[in-house]
Ligand binder design. Structure first.
Ligand code: FO1
Length: 325
């Protein structure tokens, strides 16, 4: 069984590659909920939905989130009533159906894990899609002025075009891991950290009590894919956030950021020259084509990730691998 720690778009593509090479039922996706929000009273879980829509073939290919072939009647009606202050976060008519269902089921007393499994099944998914916690976690970004932004205000309303001084994951310290999370991390043959933003997508997962303890223990079985290629994030603000929070926007910067919890980092061919710096961080570097611009490339990357720990019985450590400290 393979456990995958997931954010949104990059993780959805990675999962799309993995399901081409292993049976979908062998995969558990443990998903960030720090981006979750309530808009107009509706419970919205962008990363869970992005994965559901992508794997079911119904994601909007232009945005990577939301549904394909959407209409926007509800947003138009809302705009007439409340103006753009109410419609900066765009909810398509069909997408709203998902949020109505989730909100209704949560109000009936179902847990987020239960509702997520129901939605995933309705979209035909066979993998286990699990929120990292059923308790609310909210990523909050603090600006140099001291002002605080909820994640979607930062990401969508301000188009992540502001300098961030610090990030916190509200609620994470007291959040209980989702029902299967720790057990899956303990028993998985391999734990994959998808090429998602290390700060705002993977960070909230790592902040849930119990998660890092398992990863530290199982570090040699944990492989991450760098979301930074050639010094830039393929999507979103990962490059700027890493720098703003005192790290570096590079494959080796990702290695140093994740070093306590990963034994291997898959880095892009463009960054092959950084492999020794990754090794200096105590992380084994595997060089591959990591940009998943087509389903074939996602499948190839999945092969690399699955093969990165070597075959059973084979030594896992290459000469460039060093344990930290
Ligand atoms: N991203 C945007 O850039 N603009 C939007 O209006 C927007 C709406 C939206 C609605 C539902 C949903 O599930 C995702 C949505 N996203 C939107 C994407 C979302 O903000 C990000 O993909 C993630 O939170 C970051 O992983």
């Amino acid at each position: 069984m393979i456990a995958v720690l997931c954010g949104g778009v990059g993780a959805a593509k990675m999962l799309g590659g993995l399901v081409q090479v292993v049976d979908e039922s062998e995969i558990t996706a443990i998903v960030n909920t720090g981006d979750d929000t309530v808009m107009h009273g509706l419970a919205i879980c962008p990363d869970l939905d992005t994965i559901t829509y992508t794997l079911s073939g119904s994601v909007n290919p232009e945005t990577g989130w939301g549904l394909t072939g959407e209409s926007w009647q509800a947003m138009g009606a809302l705009e007439r009533l409340g103006g753009s202050d109410r419609t900066w976060f765009r909810l398509g008519d069909r997408d709203i159906g998902t949020h109505l269902y989730r909100t209704g089921r949560l109000a009936e007393g179902a847990s987020l894990s239960e509702v997520t499994a129901e939605i995933a099944a309705a979209f035909g998914l066979r993998l286990a899609l699990v929120p990292v916690s059923d308790d609310p976690i909210r990523t909050v970004l603090t600006l140099p002025s001291g002002a605080e932004l909820a994640f979607q205000e930062y990401f969508v309303k301000l188009r992540h075009d502001v300098v961030v001084e610090s990030v916190r994951y509200e609620g994470a310290a007291r959040a209980r891991p989702g029902p299967q999370v720790i057990e899956v991390l303990e028993s998985a043959d391999l734990v994959v950290i998808a090429p998602s933003n290390p700060v705002v997508s993977i960070g909230p997962i790592l902040a849930v009590p119990g998660v890092t303890a398992v990863l530290e223990r199982r570090r040699r079985d944990v492989v991450a894919v760098s979301p930074i290629v050639g010094g830039v994030a393929l999507k979103g603000p990962a490059d700027r956030l890493l720098v703003e929070l005192g790290g570096e926007a590079s494959a080796d910067g990702v290695a140093r950021y994740l070093a306590p919890w990963i034994g291997t980092l898959v880095i892009d061919e463009l960054d092959a020259g950084l492999a020794s710096l990754v090794a200096d961080a105590g992380v084994r570097a595997v060089v591959a084509e990591t940009v998943m611009s087509t389903p074939d490339r996602a499948r190839n990357l999945a092969h690399t990730v699955l093969g990165s720990l070597g075959s059973p019985g084979q030594p896992r450590e290459s000469s460039s691998q060093r344990e930290p400290g």
